[in-house]
Write a protein that binds this ligand. Structure first.
Ligand code: SIN
Ligand code: FE2
Length: 246
């Protein structure tokens, strides 16, 4: 299957956007399943775009992710200090990958922690998604691939291991739906949750770049995209300060 061209993506995504890019603000949000009822809790800069990817695009993206995983297998990360294993399995593509283990803690590095190989290059389709959604003209450096099986979850955290927060974090969901929770920039801020479905995009930029967020649960059997079920989340990020940037 040929990779979608920029023109294809432009066409498809404009179509979606004309049906409404939802901005997570009180006046504009009407979630697909009506799950969000108090949007005033959310900081500006978080954008949720339900159904951003067509089914065909999702299938193509799954093929791309499978090729990444074939080169850079999913591994089980561990928490800093305690060494407690995470329930989400991970890998990366791009020049840098986000990893964590007991000894080294949260960090970016150029190599897979188990195989020692450099990460697979950023696939064209993933950088295409970055450019469509991020609003910046520099390249993404890291795409973290999270795989959630039925019982996996991710506790509330901020994405703050990057050297720059100028670019948003772009998140794409594939496969089973999840309940996603988001709050403000302090852990004690109020949070709200909603359901992220396969093909949805989420952009955490502006004031929401450092918003606390997490995945509370997976809804098994809610998607036919992945043959054996589960959920894949891609988070695409800039890690280092771009040339000429602050
Ligand atoms: C993450 O915050 O790294 C993952 C978010 C998600 O799985 O939707
Ligand atoms: Fe995150």
């Amino acid at each position: 299957m040929p990779m979608a061209t920029a023109a294809d993506l432009e066409y498809r995504y404009c179509g979606m956007q004309n049906r409404g890019v939802l901005t997570l603000q009180p006046t504009t949000l009407s979630g697909r399943d009506g799950a969000i009822d108090d949007m005033s809790l959310l900081t500006n800069g978080a954008r949720w775009i339900p159904g951003f990817l067509t089914r065909a695009d999702q299938e193509e993206l799954v093929r791309v992710v499978r090729a990444v995983v074939a080169q850079a297998p999913l591994y089980t990360p561990a928490m800093p200090k305690t060494g407690k294993e995470m329930s989400v399995r991970m890998t990366n593509c791009g020049i840098l990958g986000w990893v964590t283990d007991k000894a080294g803690g949260y960090r970016y590095q150029a190599t897979h922690p188990v195989t020692g190989d450099i990460w697979p290059a950023m696939p064209e389709l993933i950088s295409e998604l970055w450019h469509r959604l991020s609003g910046v003209d520099f390249e993404p450096e890291a795409c973290l691939v999270n795989f959630y099986s039925e019982g996996a979850r991710m506790s509330l955290h901020q994405d703050r291991d990057e050297e720059t927060f100028d670019a948003p974090v772009i998140s794409i969901s594939l496969g089973d739906s999840c309940r996603f929770r988001i709050g403000g920039t302090s852990r004690s801020d109020k949070t709200t949750s909603f359901r992220l479905n396969s093909g949805d995009a989420l952009v955490l930029g502006g004031d929401a770049r450092l918003a606390f967020h997490g995945v509370e649960r997976i809804y098994p059997g809610t998607s036919t995209l992945l043959k054996s079920g589960g959920r894949i989340n891609l988070t695409i990020r800039r890690v280092t300060v771009p040339d000429g940037g602050a």
